[in-house]
Design a protein around this ligand. Structure first.
Ligand code: UD1
Length: 424
């Protein structure tokens, strides 16, 4: 079993090249199945969610090869359209194969997706939208069965779901006619998927707005694409600097992608500016409380930043509350932070944190990806050596959090222990 050992107290200074975005690359990988031709994806993060996605792609017949950070994919011939639970249970993004395989084969059988335990994660919006565009859907022995060619039409999403918007775009890209999506998600990852599909030959208007229109093509072709920098990884490191003090240069993220998080981190006391795709963050290590933060669909504060933010405020002046409107149960980190002496509590869907002067090291257990990142930020501020288990969660989305943070002066390392913990 892998554990992380973090000793707090160091300010963070220096530069970090921000890895490719997890949430952008996963739908782009699914979209690579829409052509028989070769696709090259650059700046692809080496994270376990990508590895799990590739296992599914290889299973259905796609050839996948790494050349440094470039992933070369070719789905010349797909020989499998049934994906079992053993392949989907680790990964929420496995639901994206529904749209992609439907588009390519007009038939797919897919076990329900798994992923981090952050509360109920229904897929009714995905299924309703596909059904409204003529896809026949059924549940057979706990698997989703979808059949048919998508019709042109107009769907109005009842909530701007990121995954449902992506699934519709994937399903529509090889359909004949026009699909119009109203109340579509506006996240930067939707824009990235639309850029990729456009490079493959699809015609799309409105990416990044509430109204997206996609004109599918009979065939899409191979292309090359560079995955944008991960706005959540960049935000995690900015919060580490806010909490510990220091001066970071985060290379890669685009300023508009940080809408939602940037103003909140600034309000908490970090001095920040952007120059040529580098996010400069300078902080004293004494954050100020920011009142109430509410997560929401882009451009609101991202749900993925909620736990890291909570951890960054552990030693702030005053109290801050965070309400997660996207995943109201996503507060698994609260109990772990209390083990360090943090003054943090949860009242229903709101977590409240009041700064304390000192935190002590503890043995902590991560239960999901962004919560794990929050525990690292907590460890970086506490006295003594914090030991974090559940490292596999971090590896789902952070390519090498030790490398990145060591580079800017943090005392953090990963170790193998003999102990084996059963996975929840
Ligand atoms: C969400 C986040 C995304 C983040 C990801 C992983 C939002 C809007 N989306 O994406 O930025 O990267 O988690 O942490 O912040 N829902 C339904 N039925 C559905 C689909 C979704 O009720 O069929 C609900 C969800 O329960 C949730 C909300 O809609 O409350 C957002 O869902 P969605 O955007 O689809 O979630 P993810 O794609 O997982």
């Amino acid at each position: 079993m892998k554990i992380l050992k973090v000793t707090g107290g160091n300010a963070l200074s220096g530069g970090i090249d921000i890895q490719g975005s997890k949430n952008a690359v996963l739908p782009v990988l699914a979209a690579s199945l829409l052509t028989e031709e070769k696709v090259r994806i650059y700046h692809c993060p080496r994270i376990s969610d990508v590895a799990d996605m590739l296992s599914i792609m290889e299973y259905v017949g796609c050839k996948c090869a790494w050349h440094k950070d470039c992933l070369e994919l070719q789905a010349a011939c797909l020989n499998n359209d049934a994906i079992c639970g053993a392949l989907t249970r680790n990964l929420r993004a496995s639901i994206l194969f529904l749209g992609a395989l439907l588009a390519r084969k007009q038939e797919v059988r897919l076990a329900y997706p798994g992923g981090c335990k952050i509360g109920a994660r229904p897929i009714d919006i995905h299924l309703d939208a596909l059904a409204r565009l003529g896809v026949a859907l059924s549940d057979e022995n706990g698997e989703i069965c979808a059949k048919g060619k998508l019709h042109p039409g107009h769907v109005n999403l009842k909530f701007p779901s990121v995954g449902a918007t992506e699934n519709l775009l994937l399903a529509a890209a090889l359909s004949e006619g026009t699909v119009h999506i109203s109340d579509a998600a506006r996240e930067p990852e939707i824009v990235a998927l639309c850029e990729f599909l456009t490079l493959m030959g699809a015609e799309i208007t409105g990416a990044g707005s509430r109204e997206i229109e996609i004109h599918g093509k009979k065939r899409l072709h191979g292309t090359e694409y560079t995955i944008p920098a991960d706005r959540i990884v960049a935000g995690t490191y900015a919060l580490a600097a806010l909490a510990c003090g220091g001066n970071l240069q985060l290379h890669g993220p685009a300023a508009p992608d940080l809408a939602g998080q940037y103003p909140v981190i600034a309000k908490a006391g970090a001095h920040m500016f952007f120059r040529r795709n580098t996010w400069h963050v300078e902080a004293s290590g004494h954050p100020k409380s920011v009142g109430l933060i509410q997560t929401g669909p882009f451009p609101a504060f991202p749900t993925d930043m909620q736990s890291p933010m909570l951890a960054a405020m552990l030693r702030s002046e005053g109290c801050t509350s965070i309400a997660d409107t996207i995943y109201p149960e996503r507060f698994g980190i609260v109990g772990e932070l209390r083990k360090m002496g943090a003054d943090v509590s949860r009242d229903g869907t709101v977590a409240r944190i009041c700064g304390t002067k000192q935190l002590h090291a503890a043995a902590l257990c991560a239960g999901e990806l962004r919560g794990a990142a929050g525990l690292v930020i907590a460890g970086l501020q506490s006295e003594g050596e914090t030991v974090i288990s559940g490292v596999s969660y971090i590896e789902r989305g952070y390519e090498d959090i030790c490398r990145d943070l060591q580079q800017v002066g943090a005392d953090i390392r990963m170790e193998e222990t003999g102990a084996v913990l059963s996975k929840a």
